[in-house]
Design a protein around this ligand. Structure first.
Ligand code: NCD
Ligand code: ZN
Length: 351
C-alpha cells in the first residue's frame, strides 16, 4: 500500500438508509463496518422470526447496541415488518416513543425471509392510514411475486400493479422505494413529489446482470432485486449523481455466509458495508460528480426522514495505488465474501 495521497474529499458523515445487520454471531461480525462509516442506519426487520412489534424492535435494538464494539458510536433506526396482523395502535406507540422510524413492506415471498409479508393490501389499510397520519414512512420492497412475471420485470410491474394504486389510495403516505434497480423505478420516484423517496444500493451502481451470469454463475453478485441490464445501471448512476433529493444511499448490505451463497440454491444478498464509501467515491469520480457524493450519502436521506444531518464529518482520501480490502471477513457465523467491484479501489476513508 502506498502513502501517496492524490486527492481528498471531506463530507458530512454518511448514513445507511437500508441495512441488514442480522442477529447473533453474524451481527457481532458485521456491525463494526457499518458503525465505522455510518452514523445511523435503517435496520431491516427480516430476521427469523421477523421484527413485528414495537417490543420486538426494542429487544433487537438492545442486541444491536450490545454487539457494538467498545468505543464505537452508532444509531440503529428501527423498522417493523408489516404483516397483515400488524396492530395500528402498536405502530403508533412505536412511532411516538421514537423507537420506530419506519415500517417495511415485503410482498409475501419476494425475498429472503419474506414469508410473513403482505398478500392482501386491504388488510393493512388501517395501518397505512395511521402511518399517513403520523408521517411514518413505509419502506417498500418493490417487486411483484407473481410467478408468471419475469424476474427482471418484477420491479416495473410492481409499480403499475401495486405501488401506484397504493399511493393513490393513500396520497399522504410517505413511501421509500427501496433499492430501485430500473429506469422505470428511477422515473417513477423522480416524478413522485415530496412524499416519495428512493434508495439506491452500492452494488446496483456498479454491476449489471452480466456480473452474475456471463462466463459462469457468480453467486456473490446475486441479490434481490436482481441486477438488471446496463441501461438500468446507467439510469441509477444518473439518478444517484444528479443531486436530486429524491435519491439517497441504502447499501442493502446483506451478509450471508459463503456456504449459504455457494450452493445449488444460493441466498440473495451482497455484503458491501465494509467498502461502500470507497466504491461510491470511485463511482462518483467516474461520473465527474464527486461534489454530489455528500448529497447522496449524507444529506438527502436525513431530509426525507425529517432528521438533522450528522454533525460529524468524514474524509475520503484517494491514493496513487489500490487500497486493500479483504476478499472475505470471518464472523462467528462463518466467512462472508466482500463485494468485489471488479475495479481497483483507490479511495479510502481516512481513519
Ligand atoms: C436481502 C437479505 O438477504 O435479507 N437480500 C438481498 O438480496 N437484498 C433481502 C432484501 O433486501 O431483499
Ligand atoms: Zn434489503
Amino acid at each position: 500500500m502506498s502513502d501517496t495521497e492524490i486527492q481528498r474529499l471531506t463530507i458530512t458523515k454518511p448514513d445507511d438508509w437500508h441495512l441488514h445487520l442480522r442477529d447473533g454471531e453474524m451481527l457481532e461480525g458485521v456491525i463494526r463496518y457499518s458503525a465505522r462509516d455510518f452514523s445511523r442506519a435503517i435496520i431491516m426487520p427480516n430476521l427469523v422470526p421477523p421484527v413485528v412489534t414495537t417490543d420486538d424492535a426494542s429487544a433487537y435494538r438492545e442486541r444491536i447496541m450490545a454487539s457494538l464494539p467498545a468505543g464505537m458510536e452508532f444509531s440503529p433506526l428501527m423498522t417493523l415488518y408489516l404483516t397483515e396482523d400488524t396492530d395500528p395502535a402498536d405502530v403508533e406507540k412505536g412511532a411516538e416513543s421514537g423507537l420506530v422510524t419506519a415500517l417495511k413492506l415485503y410482498p409475501a415471498g419476494a425475498t429472503t425471509n419474506s414469508q410473513s409479508g403482505v398478500r392482501d393490501f386491504d388488510k393493512v389499510q388501517g395501518v397505512l392510514e395511521k402511518m399517513a397520519e403520523t408521517g411514518l414512512p413505509l419502506c417498500v420492497h418493490g417487486e411483484v411475486t407473481d410467478p408468471s412475471v419475469d424476474i427482471f420485470d418484477r420491479e416495473a410491474v410492481f409499480i403499475d400493479r401495486v405501488l401506484d394504486p397504493l399511493r393513490q389510495r393513500n396520497p399522504q403516505l410517505r413511501v421509500v422505494m427501496e433499492h430501485v434497480t430500473t429506469r422505470q423505478g428511477v422515473e417513477y420516484a423522480r416524478a413522485g413529489g415530496d412524499n416519495l423517496g428512493a434508495t439506491i444500493t452500492t452494488h446496483h451502481l456498479i454491476i449489471n446482470r452480466n456480473a452474475i451470469l456471463a462466463g459462469g454463475i457468480r453467486p456473490h453478485y446475486y441479490c434481490l432485486p436482481v441486477a438488471k441490464r446496463e441501461e438500468h445501471r446507467l439510469a441509477l448512476r444518473e439518478a444517484a449523481t444528479s443531486g436530486d433529493a429524491t435519491f439517497f444511499l441504502g447499501t442493502d448490505s446483506a451478509p450471508h455466509t459463503d456456504p449459504l451463497k455457494e450452493q445449488a440454491c444460493g441466498c440473495a444478498g451482497i455484503f458491501t458495508s465494509i467498502n461502500t464509501m470507497s466504491c461510491l467515491a470511485h463511482v462518483f469520480e467516474e461520473e465527474g460528480a464527486l461534489d454530489q457524493l455528500e448529497a447522496f450519502a449524507s444529506l438527502n436521506g436525513p431530509v426525507f426522514y425529517r432528521m438533522k444531518a450528522n454533525p460529524e464529518m468524514m474524509t475520503l482520501v484517494k491514493r496513487d495505488k489500490p487500497v486493500g480490502f479483504p476478499d472475505r471477513i470471518q464472523t462467528g457465523a462463518g466467512p462472508v465474501t466482500v463485494f468485489d467491484p471488479m475495479f481497483p479501489l483507490c479511495w479510502e476513508v481516512a481513519r
